[in-house]
Design a protein around this ligand. Structure first.
Ligand code: ADP
Ligand code: MG
Length: 290
């Protein structure tokens, strides 16, 4: 019977670390036309490392990192952890900060030593009207290398640029290729800038939509759904609305609590290939039903 086939599909998934919240989700995953992936923490390991520290003239590398760490200490973003780790490994003490805030998908802010500091995308720095000098070109060059450039703005002037690189997961390219063989198109949705996104996506062999705010990811899911069923895979950081809006939301990357609550399924181990297995499990289960 249908319920028995679905129940055995659900338990077969659970044994392989593929948690599916119900028969309806299991049924639908195999019908996906498109799989939309979040980038950070999903297609990539989500453990970026600081690769470049470029202070503006008049600022030292340690002051730049100290400002950045002061602001990032209040953030759970993977970029924040990387900045804290770099400052720590260089023995830089983190100054106290107050009035912490976040501009989702763009930046984090705080007051440090009486100064207003933000750490975020070059685009956000430009929106703030920050004086950048030659740092604009430096940031663009780093992004072309697949790195994320973040600008530290102190009282309206750029104090420097940090570059961070987040390596793709080992099985990401193979999973995208396997989905393609199953007739499914993969798209990367990222809040990162277009240059970084394109560099990472071309290495993985999938399409990319970059510079997306959480509400833009939501809108992209809506647009993709007009072509058929859409699976969205994410970690819940800035992509929870998109997970909820997809035909099937899949939590990955350790999964934040938000992701686990919002999603219809979860890949417990951080394997992009878990998504391919979900599609396969769905299709074989539905074959048994018929
Ligand atoms: P992704 O979609 O790749 O997970 P996010 O939406 O989380 O990216 O963030 C988009 C961009 O916003 C980052 O690439 C970065 O430029 C900026 N940003 C967001 N949060 C932070 C933070 N805590 N520190 C520095 N930059 C940040
Ligand atoms: Mg993210």
């Amino acid at each position: 019977s249908v319920p028995a086939a679905l129940a055995s599909g659900l338990s077969a998934g659970a044994r392989r670390g593929l948690l599916i919240k119900g028969g309806a989700a299991l049924e639908e995953i195999g019908t996906a036309r498109t799989v939309a992936f979040d980038k950070t923490g999903t297609l990539t390991a989500g453990h970026p490392r600081v690769t470049d520290v470029l202070p503006a003239s008049g600022t030292s590398a340690s002051d730049l990192l100290a400002y950045a760490a002061a602001v990032e200490q209040g953030s759970s973003h993977p970029l924040a952890k990387a900045v804290m780790a770099e400052a720590g490994s260089r023995g830089i003490a983190t100054p106290a900060a107050s009035d912490q805030g976040a501009v989702p998908g763009k930046a984090v802010t705080a007051t440090v030593g009486g100064r207003r500091v933000s750490v975020g995308s070059p685009r956000h720095a430009a929106e703030l009207g920050a004086r950048m000098g030659g740092l604009v070109e430096q940031a663009a060059r780093l992004e072309g290398e697949g790195k994320t450039a973040v600008v530290v703005v102190v009282d309206g002037a750029a104090a420097g640029v940090l570059a961070l690189r987040d390596e793709p997961r080992a099985d990401a390219a193979a999973a995208v290729a396997a989905l393609s063989k199953l007739g499914i198109r993969s798209v990367m949705l990222t809040g990162d800038n277009a240059r970084t996104g394109a560099a990472i996506a071309s290495g993985l062999g999938l399409d990319v939509k970059a510079e997306l705010l959480p509400e833009d990811k939501l809108r992209e899911i809506g647009a993709l759904r007009s072509a058929g069923s859409v699976v969205m895979v994410g970690d819940g950081i800035n992509d929870a609305p998109a997970l909820a809006a997809a035909s099937v939301g899949v939590a990955m990357g350790g999964g934040t609590d938000v992701a686990l609550e919002t999603a219809d399924a979860a890949v417990l181990k951080d394997r992009v290939s878990g998504v391919v297995e979900l599609v396969g499990l769905s299709r074989s289960t539905m074959t048994n039903v018929k």
